[in-house]
Structure formats: structure tokens, C-alpha cells
Write a protein that binds this ligand. Structure first.
Ligand SMILES: [Fe+2]
Ligand SMILES: [Fe+2]
Length: 142
């Protein structure tokens, strides 16, 4: 299924962000540059990804097959909106942080770690939803 390849691509970016912020070095200018470009790339990819999920019909396909899942689908869509807001906040905070601001750098890393955890949780629920719908389809096709 094309969506699982798409999810693997997003997971690789999440892993890179996670690894870069897990144990932040103290006052590293390179780290700030790396985080800016990583987060910028992540923002572009994630917004494209959300667009595909919403307009590419995958969330709608879930709804068509299982209308009772509308609350879960609405929640996932609303999280897409909130992730976009969070990404803008994170990028603004990175812009306001200098190479010697080690307290701010630590805070940026902590917030990115929290963001990474939320995106993983989101993707897991999405995958579970798709698996549910597929299992139901297999179950009823007998
Ligand atoms: Fe999503
Ligand atoms: Fe997703």
C-alpha cells in the first residue's frame, strides 16, 4: 500500500529529529543550524504528508468503509492542524535562540522530543485505524 511507504519516509525524518535532540551538546552552533534545516525539511514533508492523507482520500476511504470511525478521523485531522502550529512555534523558538544560549537550546531540544513523541503516537493510531479497516474488510469478504 502506497501509504505505508509514505509513513516509512516520515518515520525516518522523525528518527533523525529524535537522534539530533536526544542528548543535546552544550551550546553547539552546529546543532542549531542542523535543527533549523532538519525542522524546515520536516515541516515541508509533514505538511505534504498531511495533505496526501486528507486530500489523497485515505482518511475519507476509512470513513466510507466505517462511518462510525468519524470521531477518530476528525481527531487525526485536527491534530494535523495542531502539528502545523507547533512546527511554526518550534521554528520561531529556534530563530530566537543563539549558539551560546544553552538553556534555550536545551529547551528547544526538549520541545522537539515532545513533538517527536506526539507525531509517533499520531502515526501509530493512524496505522492502527487502517489495519482495523483492512481486517474488517478481510473478515466480511468471506
Ligand atoms: Fe496523519
Ligand atoms: Fe500519517
Amino acid at each position: 500500500m502506497w501509504m505505508s511507504a509514505e509513513h516509512e519516509r516520515v518515520e525516518r525524518l522523525i528518527e533523525a529529529l529524535d537522534a539530533a535532540t536526544r542528548q543535546p551538546p552544550v551550546g553547539a552552533a552546529e546543532l542549531l543550524d542542523a535543527l533549523r534545516s532538519l525542522l524546515g525539511e520536516f515541516r515541508t514533508s509533514l505538511l505534504t504528508h498531511f495533505g496526501l492523507e486528507e486530500d489523497g482520500g485515505y482518511l475519507n476511504a476509512v470513513l466510507t468503509r466505517r462511518p462510525t470511525l468519524d470521531r477518530q478521523v476528525e481527531q487525526l485531522k485536527d491534530e494535523h492542524r495542531q502539528f502545523a502550529v507547533l512546527l511554526d512555534h518550534l521554528l520561531a523558538m529556534l530563530d530566537a535562540t543563539g549558539p551560546a544560549d544553552f538553556l534555550l537550546i536545551r529547551e528547544c531540544c526538549a520541545r522537539i522530543q515532545s513533538f517527536v513523541a506526539c507525531t509517533r503516537d499520531h502515526e501509530q493510531r493512524e496505522n492502527a485505524l487502517v489495519a482495523d479497516v483492512q481486517n474488517i474488510d478481510i473478515g466480511t469478504s468471506d
